[in-house]
Design a protein around this ligand. Structure first.
Ligand code: EPU
Length: 314
């Protein structure tokens, strides 16, 4: 069994990024609940990521972006959590192609496309995730998704340390799904956009943000808790089952959108959120005969659950 502190010491000697032991992950998630990771690495280069692969031994590795789709167990994560640091927040433009680093925040990228006069990425303004996380799960909004605009992605495998460039066709994209494995970190990607009028792009973005404010709740949530089942909407199903306002401890089903769970800033735990998710799944199964699949990813051990080794979004 590899010792986490020994790994942390070895990594400190090798990488340009930062290494913290027993690091709280709650601040790196939008639910803002959950316990610490044994080791937290903020990588500043692909070499840093290769060092994690070569040093980790048998420790699990999880990739954490903006944590906007992530529930960390109250007991935390026994392994190495990896974030991409500032070095992965760059962008370069080549005509209508826009290359983004894996740690770029999508709403910022959407505003950037408006300044650059490039259209096709307005939908990203609504998604509070990192670009890398969005590429891995094919994040989307308003009938648009990453698969519609991505050309290539740069991926580092944290199991082997190998880096590779993959074309969009190799990613086997589906609804909130790609072929990327649990240890694959997306460090960058190139979008193929189209020239457009900055004013119009800006207005479209403003309209989407207005829609979001009207239809989705503010506060500490991870967006949609469940994926939409084919031909239906998880929010509609949970709402029809009468669950709006349902609470477990400090976690509550939003009365604005039933597929959102909002964590109370004064006292929600990850177990509250987890328990409510399980109850909603059971409620919809009993009410409509449909078993909803979580869109939220889980990191760590949950009551009645197994240790979940996760590839995590942003
Ligand atoms: N609805 C209800 N009650 C509710 C919520 C929704 O009846 O409490 C009904 C709405 O009236 C509508 C239907 O359900 O007829 C669909 O709702 P909505 O338009 O809000 O879209 P959604 O399918 O719930 C999806 C994405 C969102 C994305 C929006 C807008 C999924 C799981 N969710 O939501 O993505 O922002 O479309 O494009 O695909 C996310 O992935 O985290 C996310 C927020």
């Amino acid at each position: 069994m590899t010792d986490a502190r020994t790994v942390a010491d070895r990594l400190r000697d090798r990488i340009t990024g930062s290494v913290t032991t027993d690091a709280s992950l709650a601040p790196f998630t939008t639910f803002r609940v959950g316990g610490p990771a044994d080791v937290l690495v903020e990588a500043e280069s692909e070499e840093d990521l290769r060092a994690v692969a070569e040093t980790r031994g048998d420790l699990d590795v999880a990739i954490v972006g903006r944590g906007s789709n992530l529930l960390v167990s109250d007991d935390g994560f026994r392994g190495i959590a990896v974030r991409l640091g500032r070095a992965f927040r760059d962008h370069t433009r080549d005509g209508s192609d826009l290359r983004l680093g894996g740690a770029v925040y999508l709403p910022a990228a959407a505003r950037l496309t408006s300044r650059l006069g490039l259209t096709g990425f307005e939908f990203a303004a609504e998604i509070p995730a990192t670009f890398g996380g969005a590429v891995r799960m094919n994040a989307g909004a308003h009938e648009r998704c990453i698969a519609d605009v991505l050309r290539t992605a740069r991926v580092v495998d944290l199991a082997t340390g190998d880096a590779r460039d993959v074309g969009v066709d190799e990613l086997a994209y589906g609804y909130r799904h790609s072929s990327l494995g649990p240890h694959d970190v997306v460090t960058a990607g190139t979008l193929r956009l189209e020239p457009g009028d900055p004013g119009k792009i800006g207005r479209r973005i403003a309209g989407l943000l207005r829609w979001r404010r009207e239809h989705q709740p503010p506060g500490r949530s991870a967006g949609s808790v469940f994926k939409n089942p084919p031909g239906d909407s998880a929010g509609r199903l949970i709402d029809a089952a009468g669950a709006k306002g349902k609470r477990v401890g400090g976690a509550e089903v939003s009365s604005r959108h039933a597929n959102f769970i909002v964590a109370d800033p004064t006292g929600a735990t990850a177990t509250d959120v987890w328990t409510l998710i399980v109850r909603l799944r059971d409620l919809v199964r009993d009410h409509a005969g449909i078993v909803l699949e979580p869109e939220v990813r889980f990191l760590g051990v949950f009551p009645g659950g197994e240790q979940v080794e996760v590839e995590v979004e942003g």
